[in-house]
Design a protein around this ligand. Structure first.
Ligand code: NDP
Length: 452
């Protein structure tokens, strides 16, 4: 039997190898560290997990595709972007994970997201593997026609790698209902098949699940509420700071408000808005979803209760809860210090890896309840899997049914993470609980399926 410290040194050695084998991929290194640094107790306790090659296979994607995406803008100029799809692990089901369109996208970013996705999808308890994709295309300021031509060109290569039983993409940053529509149209045209389950996040009326747009934000709020309940508190009357103003942020604010909390901020890459009366969601949705504008327009139109701060950090705003819902590494060590000083009780990640490792450490040390993204934001992919189930059965569930399923899945994820952390001597540590519980499910399937 290997001891925890021997296992830890094997994992540390492996992390060094990962860095050498995958140069210039800092986000992937960060995600690998975050997971592997918590696995020593379970690998030491269960000798089958120490089998040579198991974790080495887990950190190497099954397949990585990089392709050219040429498209023409409205003036006829040709642009060339780069497309990615990383099919990381299919031990539990078809690869599943979103597509991100943002100028910061590169292979390392997609690999970090795909790696996280393996454990997140495992935690849902559903039959989905892990993958992620996207492009360095920037949709900001592009016309609908330009976005359509880009999506069509992207799918003209991607279609050969995906399928309802193979790999099922969805949305992420820069990819919402409009983009999924264009992508699905091109897939249908090329393949001459109505294969609804090949993409999730589709429009309602042509295969999309009710509550899919809401699911990530709603799920994160349910996870935050479950963490608070463990401490004998609830959401009623709590003040919340939320970053971002896209899909996840909007439905986080909606659910917080519905459950009696006061969500007072939102942000985008230009700055943040504070609204002491609570964010007016109709106005925010009009500006972000209909007009595709910037958040300063919210403050201009809202009146005296709101003001816009250009640049700066939304985490400077004092609150009981913080729900980062924009992008990776947006909540730093300095931000964590500010949040702690202002008495934050819980931080729950709607975005993927938004909190830097140093900030996570500080928050946990200060006794703040910390919900890692792979558990807290798993509601989105869970309802995507429910969308696949509805597509397969050629049926559509009511919103109430989907919401009940989502609530049950989030409760189950919270309980699993909580109990797993206790089982491995880390009570209250949801990071350890989520990583170990997700790992156990994937590792068991990989071991059963042989060395592939
Ligand atoms: P959207 O594109 O709808 O919104 C993203 C928001 O974050 C925008 O307000 C955007 O502002 C802001 N943002 C993005 N990048 C940056 C940046 N580099 N600096 C500052 N602000 C930034 O994306 P989603 O809401 O779908 O995704 C948000 C996060 O949630 C991501 O981390 C994603 O991976 C994660 N997530 C999403 C899921 C989903 O179902 N959609 C599921 C699980 C996780 P701006 O417009 O100015 O760029």
């Amino acid at each position: 039997m290997t001891t925890r410290s021997e296992t830890q040194s094997t994992l540390t050695h492996l992390l060094t190898e990962i860095e050498h084998r995958n140069p210039a991929q800092p986000e992937f290194h960060q995600a690998a560290h975050e997971v592997l640094e918590t696995l020593a107790p379970v690998v030491a306790a269960r000798p089958e997990y120490a089998e040579p090659g198991l974790i080495e296979r887990l950190v190497e994607p099954e397949r990585q595709v990089i392709f050219r995406v040429p498209w023409q803008d409205d003036q006829g100029r040709v642009h060339v972007n780069r497309g990615f799809r990383v099919e990381f692990n299919s031990a539990l089901g078809p690869y599943k994970g979103g597509l991100r369109f943002h100028p910061s996208v590169n292979l390392g970013v997609i690999k970090f997201l795909g790696f996280e996705q393996i454990f997140k999808n495992a935690l849902t308890g559903l039959g989905i593997g892990g993958g992620k994709g996207g492009s360095d295309f920037d949709p900001h300021g592009r016309s609908d026609a330009e976005v359509m031509r880009f999506c069509q060109s992207f799918m003209t290569e991607l279609y050969r790698h995906i399928g309802e039983h193979t790999d099922v993409p969805a949305g992420d940053i820069g990819v919402g209902g409009r983009e999924i529509g264009y992508l699905f149209g091109q897939y249908r045209r090329i393949t001459n098949r109505w294969e609804a389950g090949v993409l999730t996040g589709k429009g309602q009326g042509w295969g999309g699940s009710l509550i899919r747009p809401e699911a990530t934000g709603y799920g994160n709020v349910l996870f935050a509420a479950a963490m608070l309940r463990e401490r004998g508190e609830d959401l009623e009357g709590q003040t919340a700071v939320v970053s971002g103003s896209g899909n996840v942020a909007i439905y986080t604010i909606e659910k917080l408000t519905a459950l009696g909390a006061n969500a007072i901020t939102c942000s985008d890459s230009s700055g943040y808005v504070v609204d002491e009366k609570g964010i007016d969601l109709d106005l925010l949705k009009q500006i972000k979803e209909v007009e595709r504008g910037r958040v300063d327009a919210y403050a201009e139109r809202r009146g005296a209760s709101a003001h816009f701060v250009a640049g700066g950090s939304v985490w400077d705003v004092p609150a009981d809860l913080a729900l980062p819902s924009a992008t990776q590494n947006e909540l730093t060590e300095a931000d964590a210090e500010t949040l702690i000083r202002n008495g934050v009780k819980a931080v729950s990640e709607g975005a993927n890896m938004p909190t830097t490792p140093e900030a996570v450490h500080l928050l946990q040390k200060a006794g703040v309840a910390f919900g890692p993204g792979k558990a807290a934001n798993a509601g989105g992919v869970a309802v995507s899997a429910l969308e696949m189930a509805q597509n397969h059965a050629r049926t559509a569930w009511t919103a109430q049914r989907v919401e009940e399923e989502l609530a049950a899945i989030m409760t189950n994820i919270h309980t699993t993470c909580h109990e797993t952390a206790e089982r491995y001597d880390a009570p209250g540590d949801y990071v350890t609980g989520a990583n170990i519980a997700g790992f156990e499910r994937v590792a068991d399937a990989m071991l059963a399926q042989g060395v592939i």
